[in-house]
Design a binder for this molecule. Structure first.
Ligand SMILES: Cc1ncc(COP(=O)(O)O)c(C=O)c1O
Length: 394
């Protein structure tokens, strides 16, 4: 694949050996694993064979890695390290907050119809367990003002708005800052699913005003699976009740008495961690900020996705779903003569046979390309050519 003359792109791609095997256009599901991250995981795992996993030196090392991970995530989100809890994935953070709201029967939550199960499933638990009504804003009907669609569902019974920053299905960036401002005026907390934004576009949780922002490590950050983080603003954290309590949650406890919960966002952390995963998480955060560079990555992702929209729009029989305001995801449908052409899953399988990795979005009967900072323009052209040929010949 041509990398042009960009030395950084050459360097970045040399850290991602899987790119020599496949045309990797599905970072929205999971990014490619950099060699430096795999090495950090392996080194930490190997060290555990020869060293005790107990004792003050080991515990201090674990705490130091946790501190460094929180600080690095906080640096990327524009918040304080103490506002970060290390989690195992996006959905875990969505659960901690959704389940912890002080719900009583008849309360309401608002979400949208472009959300991933990571946001929706915790809300269904809340609905079942506490008798909460979950209202769904329609962001798919055109024309649509997302702020109005969400805000008009808020009533005096609403306690939480839960929605994504970048929709996994449409690929659109949602106007989080505007929605937060309206929700806060009505005394409503906002929980943001950052699975498709963290590492894909600049995020400043303070500027957004979000109360909670949950992110993964394994997608746009290219970190190990089983890693993630939850931001909780210092102002909002005390409004969430504890669902899972462990020594990560408390500052002090009495075995048969009570406990004093940590005063900040770290209270959502649980017990024993898998140090190799965290070492890999830290390596990914450091690789992204030092070798790749957040701004370089965000710009490449945006520019490649913009090219993907343009190229796909030029293919006969293809309709682009993703609008102008996008990050790295580009969703499209196959339409022929007004009728549905090849089924999305057939196309995903056919592309996979050609070593091109994308995914389908069942709910929209659509397909989704993820443009990573490591992808080349040639890879994009190859994928769009393959789509075009399959649409033409199917
Ligand atoms: C918007 C969104 N939220 C949540 C998830 C689930 O992420 P995780 O596996 O980190 O919980 C995904 C995964 O694709 C997603 O796209």
């Amino acid at each position: 694949m041509s990398t042009g003359n960009d030395p950084r792109l050459i360097e970045v791609r040399s850290e991602l050996p899987v790119l020599g095997v496949v045309n990797y256009l599905n970072t929205g599901s999971a990014g490619p694993l950099p060699r430096v991250v795999a090495d950090a995981v392996a080194e930490a795992a190997t060290a555990q064979v020869a060293e005790p996993r107990t004792g003050s030196a080991y515990y201090e090392r674990v705490e130091a890695v946790k501190d460094a991970c929180r600080a690095a995530v906080a640096g990327m989100l524009g918040c304080l390290p103490t506002e970060i809890a290390l989690t195992h994935n996006t959905t875990e953070g969505m659960n901690f907050v959704s389940l912890g709201v002080n719900w009583v029967p008849g309360d309401e939550a608002v979400t949208t119809n472009v959300e991933h199960q990571g946001a929706l499933l915790p809300l269904w638990v809340v609905k079942e367990r506490y008798g909460v009504t979950v209202k769904t804003a329609d962001l798919l009907s055109a024309p649509c003002d997302p702020v109005d669609a969400v805000v008009r569902l808020i009533t005096p019974r609403t306690k939480l708005v839960s929605l994504s920053h970048v929709s996994y299905s449409t690929g659109d960036v949602l106007p989080i800052a505007e929605i937060v401002a309206e929700a806060h005026e009505r005394g409503v907390l906002v929980l943001v699913d950052g699975a498709q934004s963290f590492g894909a576009l600049p995020v400043d949780v303070v500027a957004l005003g979000a109360d909670f922002y949950s992110v993964p490590g394994q997608k746009w950050l290219c970190g190990p699976e089983g890693t993630g983080a939850l931001y909780s603003s210092q102002a909002a954290v005390s409004q969430i009740r504890t669902t899972f309590a462990s020594y990560g949650t408390v500052d002090a406890y009495n075995d048969y008495g009570g406990f004093l919960v940590r005063p900040d966002g770290r209270r959502f952390e649980q017990g024993t961690v898998h140090l190799p995963d965290l070492a890999g998480h830290l390596a990914a955060l450091e690789w992204m900020s030092r070798a790749v560079g957040d701004r370089w990555a965000h710009r490449r992702i945006h520019d490649l996705a913009a090219s993907a929209r343009t190229l796909l729009a030029g293919v006969e029989g293809v309709e682009v779903v993703t609008g102008n305001d996008h990050a790295g995801l580009v969703t499209f449908r196959i339409i022929r003569d007004g009728a549905q052409g090849m089924q999305p899953d057939d196309l995903v399988r056919e592309l996979a046979r050609r070593s091109i990795l994308i995914r389908s979005i069942e709910r929209l009967a659509a397909l989704r390309l993820s443009m990573g900072f490591f992808n080349t323009a040639d890879e994009l052209v190859d994928a769009v050519d393959a789509v075009s040929e399959l649409v033409r010949t199917s």
